[in-house]
Every structure is written in C-alpha cells, then in structure tokens.
Design a protein around this ligand. Structure first.
Ligand code: PLP
Length: 479
C-alpha cells in the first residue's frame, strides 16, 4: 500500500516522452494520485520528520549528504520534501531527463550548476554566449564565485574551451533580444565540457535541450512554469549522475524551493502547453503589426523573416515563442509610461502581458561591452505576451507608441526651429481597450494625421532623450 508521501523511486512514472507534451503536462508526477485516493497534489509543510529509529534516520541523512534523491525518511525539509520532489519528477518527465533538482529561484539554480560543475570539479573557467539574463551575466562577470569567464559568439565556443573549463553557458532564445543559439552545435563544440542551456523563454513545450546534448537544462520557474506571477522558483533538469552534486550543493547552501512554491509550480505545468501556445499565437500577430508600425525601429522575434538565420525554429524550437523585443523610434520609457492595459513590470511568462526596459532594469548591471554585444540599446523594450485578446493588446501598444513618437518628434522639431513650433496635436481621447475595434492590419492602425506629422517631422529617427539619458548618462544630440 502506498502512503500519501510515497518515496520518489517507488512512485510510478508515466513513460517519459511517449505521450504528447499536453498529456505529460497534465499527468506528470501524478501517476499514483488515484491509488492514494486524492485528486489534488499532496502538500507537506513539515520542516522535520520524526523517526524513532535514529540509526535509520542517520543512514538517511548520510544518503542525502551523498546526493541521494530519496531515503527511508526525509529527515529534514532542507534534505528532502515530498511536494517539491513531485514537481521535480514532473519537470524531468517534461524535459525528458532522468532527474530534476529544484531551487529557491532561477538564480539559485544557475548558481548551483556553477558550483557543482566548476567549483566541485575545480575547473573554474566558464565559456558563455551573450546575451544572457542580466542576473546571470552579472554573476559571471563580477567573479563572485571565483570563476573567470570568456564571452564568445556561439561559433567560437570550441576555440574558447581550456583544460580548466567547467561549463559552457547559453540561453536560447536569449534574454532580451531573442537571438537563437544552435544547441546541438554548441554541445558538439563543447566536447566533454557540460553545457548549461537556460530554457526559461522556450519552456519544455517548445524546446528540450537535453535531447540535443545539453547537460543541464535550467528554468526560472518564476516565469512560464508557474505562469501566474505568484511563485518564485528554479529547477535544473539533468541526468541522475549530475543531479547528486546539485542536491549536495542545495543541502549545503540551503537554496531550497518552498513546498508551497513546489505545489504551485507543479500545478502550473498542467496548463503550460495551452498557455504557451495561446500566448505564442498572439505574439506572432503582434510582432507582424509592430514590424510595420511607424513608432518602431526594429522588432526582434524569432518568427519574423530574417530573425532566425540558422533556421532553428521548427528544427530546434517547436515555435517562435511568446517573447518579443522591439526598438522604438520615440522614447522607449515614454512608451511604457503611456500604456494603459499592458503591465509595466519585469519578469515574464505570466497570464498578463508584461513589458520592461532592459537597459534600465533587467540588464542594468550588464557592463557596456555586454550591452553592446547583446544589442541592449536605450530604445529597446522587452515584452512577454500574455493571454489577453490580441486586438486589445494591439490597441494599447498602438496608442502608446503613437503618443511617445509624437512627443519625441515634437521635441526634435522644437529644438530644430523653436520659432515654428507646431501646435500640439490633438490626440484622440483615450479609449478603453475593450471598446477598441479590432485593427484589421498594422498599417491601418496608424492614424492618418500621425502619418502626416511623421512625414513632416521625419529624418529624426529621434533617439529617446529620457531613456538614452538614463542609460548613457548624456542626452542625445538632436540631428
Ligand atoms: C532567462 C532567465 N533566467 C534566469 C532568471 C532568474 O530567475 P529568478 O528570477 O527566478 O531567479 C531570469 C529572471 O528574469 C531569466 O529571465
């Protein structure tokens, strides 16, 4: 008879990767629930686990200290928790790996991989491909863990490998400019050196890096896995042989996932494929509309022509995803300030659409060279498309881009010929998104008056005074 907290190795598994991802997302880590007589995931908050047989308890503690996944008793929550262990099993089933090890956050997960792969093996050199999430970039750059890093293009990984290289780090799609890295090619170049792929943006729905040779597949669970903006967590999917060292690090550093977070992340997995595909469909539409908007200089989206030179969408990734980055012609920060519906916040993968200014926020601490290599310009915005109606989102983006571009052009005109300042344009009254009619195509969403204004004042390509000043510390010189 199974008990409510049956140990991981005794729990039946649905055969990894034989069912479609939608089926695995719903059933992974739950195969024994019917037998247990429960429908919802069991949630155990115990910090300690009583055991009269102290010798057996000691043996269990020793097994965990050696990196075991389970033992006769959990002993203590920092060593094992049945709720987070269920989430780990489910995530491993989605990624197609033997094991997964959860952490308190995505950064804790990345740190643990660096500690396990580099510090525990005394190979303290890392090869990394930019761009990476700003926190990861900063962690590597400042040498906090005593590691040195060589930043390379994805085609230069082989040349950068040294005898003391412990890890290769890539992120694809990359945060924030959504460039794709060819995982299989990087893994071949890395040879025996393990490769960490941050799969946060793609999710296991769109990409399974372990199948392409990645040794560590990392997720900030805070994003799509949880999916509702209410849980912080991280996880590493990998072979059991690598998982032991990660568990040892976790026990010693204490960077454990809270059981409630494990429960919420596991619950989030069930709707992950639906959420990702719905958001992706909306993102694809928005990317096309943005690409022809007057207020946009450039759109970064793997699904747009020219944005995937290596042909990885379809081959490596099962879709272009739901993240978009774009460069505005007006002040990027002013665009965000003018939004009414879209949530102005860092993070991503939530049910609501989130937008943020990478140079000011997520990538603020990336050094100047890193910003340049990563394409993190003062006019760049990153948007995580959510589950709202596509036309409501478009109406909000259109009005904000139009207002910000008008304001920038008006400033440029004032500076160019102060005595001929045109009267302030009469902007349409703000319309509630729900009352906005569907924009049939992007071009028709640009008001005619705005087109004329743009033509009259054109030539500026006007850099954002406000954002550029904040990022670079100096105002752009008006053309
Ligand atoms: C791609 C990526 N990896 C890792 C992280 C870090 O995750 P967390 O915030 O859960 O520590 C983030 C956070 O934004 C991210 O975007």
């Amino acid at each position: 008879m199974r008990t409510l907290f049956t140990r991981t190795e005794e729990r039946p598994k649905i055969t990894p990767m034989t069912y479609a991802v939608d089926t695995r997302a719903v059933h992974a880590g739950r195969a024994d629930l019917a037998e247990l007589g429960v429908h919802a995931l069991p949630l155990d908050f115990s910090t300690t686990y009583p055991m009269h047989d102290q010798v057996a308890a000691g043996a269990a503690l020793g097994a965990f200290a050696d990196g075991a996944a389970t033992a006769a008793t959990p002993v203590y929550q920092r060593l094992y928790n049945p709720t987070t262990a269920r989430f780990e099993q489910a995530l491993a089933e989605l990624e197609g790996t033997e094991a997964a090890v959860s952490f308190a956050s995505g950064m804790a997960a990345i740190t643990a991989v660096l500690q396990a792969a580099c510090l525990m093996s005394d190979r303290r050199h890392v090869v990394a491909v930019r761009p990476l999430y700003g926190g990861t970039d900063h962690l590597l750059s400042i040498g906090l863990l005593g590691l040195t890093v060589t930043w390379v293009d994805q085609d230069e990984v082989a040349r950068a490998i040294r005898p003391d290289t412990g890890l290769v780090v890539v992120e694809t799609p990359g945060n924030p400019t959504l460039g794709l890295v060819d995982i299989a090619t990087v893994c071949i170049q890395a040879g025996d050196v393990p490769v960490l792929v941050d799969n946060t943006f793609a999710t296991p729905v769109l990409q399974n890096p372990a199948r392409l040779g990645a040794a560590y597949v990392v997720h900030s669970g805070t994003k799509y896995l949880g999916g509702h903006g209410d849980v912080l967590g991280g996880v590493v999917a990998c072979a059991e042989q690598r998982a032991g060292a990660l568990r040892q690090v976790r026990i010693l550093t204490g960077a454990v996932l809270h059981p409630l977070a494990g429960y919420l992340l596991h619950r989030g997995l069930a709707t992950l494929p639906l959420r990702v595909r719905a958001a992706q469909a909306t993102a694809a539409t928005l990317a096309v509309r943005l690409a022809v908007h007057r207020g946009i200089g450039k759109v970064h989206y793997p699904g747009l022509p020219g944005n995937d030179p290596r042909g990885l969408v379809g081959r490596q990734m099962r879709g272009p995803g739901a993240m978009i980055a774009f460069e505005t012609t007006g002040d990027a920060a002013a665009v965000v300030a003018a939004l009414r519906l879209i949530t102005p916040a860092v993070s991503l993968g939530s049910v609501d659409t989130l937008i943020e200014h990478p140079a000011l926020l997520t990538h603020r601490l990336v050094d100047a060279e890193g910003k340049q290599t990563g394409g993190i310009t003062p006019n760049l915005l990153r948007m995580s498309v959510g589950l709202e109606d596509v036309d409501d989102l478009w109406a909000d983006l259109d009005q904000a881009l139009t207002a910000a571009t008008r304001a920038t052009l008006a400033v440029a005109a004032t500076v160019a010929s102060p005595e001929q300042v045109p009267p302030a344009p009469v902007l349409p009254a703000p319309v509630l998104p729900s009352a906005v009619p569907a924009a049939p195509d992007a071009a028709s969403a640009v008001p005619a008056a705005f087109d004329d204004e743009f033509a009259a004042l054109t030539g500026s390509g006007a850099a954002s005074a406000t954002s550029a000043q904040a990022v670079n510390g100096s105002a752009p010189v008006p053309a």
